[in-house]
Design a protein around this ligand. Structure first.
Ligand SMILES: Cc1cc2nc3c(=O)[nH]c(=O)nc-3n(C[C@H](O)[C@H](O)[C@H](O)COP(=O)(O)OP(=O)(O)OC[C@H]3O[C@@H](n4cnc5c(N)ncnc54)[C@H](O)[C@@H]3O)c2cc1C
Length: 323
């Protein structure tokens, strides 16, 4: 029974609330990003019933955080949110069920059951498409609460504040340029030689008031008499302290594979290992998208994984042909 509809800009994502605890379908898809939604569209195309379980209130995953125009997806140029909306619309038109606000907490491999805090789902095949999560700070932040991962979603908070950015990639340097002249001060702390694109490195170097520490880590954030301080550690800044109002974390992403780590094989960095059909070494579990793509994560790869996995499921589990 449909009891609620969430407005997601111009399209509506159906939120289904079932008055029963157990739900059964052909294919359960965990994660409603590009890979999960593409998988759902393929399920419908091949006549398989499926449910997408998405923990956020809107589907789209990382697409929702891409603030620039995507120009490398064949046949389509769009900003991230617009792209997310279009794929949601396509899923909607295919009558895909997307349950938002539904975080998967555990998978019972023996009984093929997926558990959230209020439901149990069973299916003959499972597609794991949980993508990436932001890497959290690996140092002691004590009682310091002003920690953000994105400028665009919290921009006004940075105005006239002393910002320390941790990270040395494109995200860190792009954020420094974005905040220059808006924040009171900007310090970039990179634990190695920065890996950002030359264009960003050149532009940031031109801004003489952006302070850069290379080969340096933040050891901890401590409360001082009038403000917090980031305590640095490294050859160039041992025990150096810099005043901080906001910590902007740009240390990249890691695979969201925690709940399958005891079910199937992962590589050393936590990415799920699959064969050429996107099949993991766990019975009836496939993986698609960034969670199993350490080297070349992209929207095209997500779409490709989805087609391969669902066709393999259709033929091996449901004896359905590909046409
Ligand atoms: C800033 C940025 C720019 C990019 N630019 C490009 C580009 O120009 N071109 C390109 O091709 N690619 C680009 N990418 C990469 C591309 O966005 C990703 O490859 C793609 O979106 C990954 O999709 P995914 O479905 O694998 O994972 P995600 O988008 O991470 O989606 C995973 C989903 O699973 C959900 N989830 C996780 N755990 C659970 C759980 N336990 N229960 C329920 N739901 C769960 C998450 O909430 C999320 O919605 C960019 C990425 C970023 C961050």
């Amino acid at each position: 029974m449909i009891t609620e509809k969430l407005n997601y800009s111009k399209i509506y994502i159906k939120t289904y609330i079932y008055h029963m605890q157990k739900i059964s379908t052909d294919v359960i898809i965990i994660g409603g990003g590009m890979a999960g939604l593409s998988s759902a569209i393929w399920c419908k195309r091949l006549g398989l019933k499926c449910i997408v379980l998405e923990e956020n209130s809107v589907p789209g995953g990382q697409l929702n955080g891409i603030g620039f125009e995507i120009t490398d997806y064949p046949g389509r140029k769009a900003y991230g949110k617009q792209f997310a909306q279009e794929i949601c619309t396509q899923a909607e038109e295919s009558d895909v069920i997307v349950k938002t606000g539904e975080k998967v907490l555990a998978i019972d491999k023996e009984n093929h059951i997926v558990r959230t805090d209020s439901f149990e789902y069973s299916s003959r095949a499972l597609i794991y498409a949980a993508g990436l999560q932001r890497r959290a700070p690996n140092f002691d932040t004590k009682n310091f609460n002003e920690i953000y991962y994105s400028v665009s979603q919290n921009r006004e908070r940075f105005q006239n504040r002393r910002v320390v950015i941790v990270g040395g990639g494109d995200g860190a340097y792009e954020a420094a340029l974005n905040l220059h002249g808006f924040a009171a001060s900007i310090t970039i702390v990179s634990r190695s030689v920065p890996r950002a694109h030359q264009r960003f490195l050149r532009e940031v170097k031109k801004k003489k008031d952006i302070v850069i520490f290379e080969n340096t880590e933040i050891a901890q954030i401590v409360a001082g008499p009038s403000c917090f301080h980031a305590v640095l550690s490294g050859p160039e800044a041992e025990n150096f302290e810099t005043a901080i109002d906001i910590l902007l974390v740009k240390t990249g992403f890691e695979p969201n594979s925690g709940i399958v780590q005891n079910l199937c094989s992962l590589d050393a960095a936590g990415y799920i290992l699959t064969d050429s059909h996107q099949k993991t070494d766990a019975e009836r579990i496939w993986a698609v998208g960034d969670v199993c793509n350490a080297l070349y994560p992209s929207l095209s790869a997500c779409a490709g994984h989805a087609g391969v996995a669902v066709k393999n499921i259709a033929s091996t589990i449901f004896n359905k042909n590909h046409d």
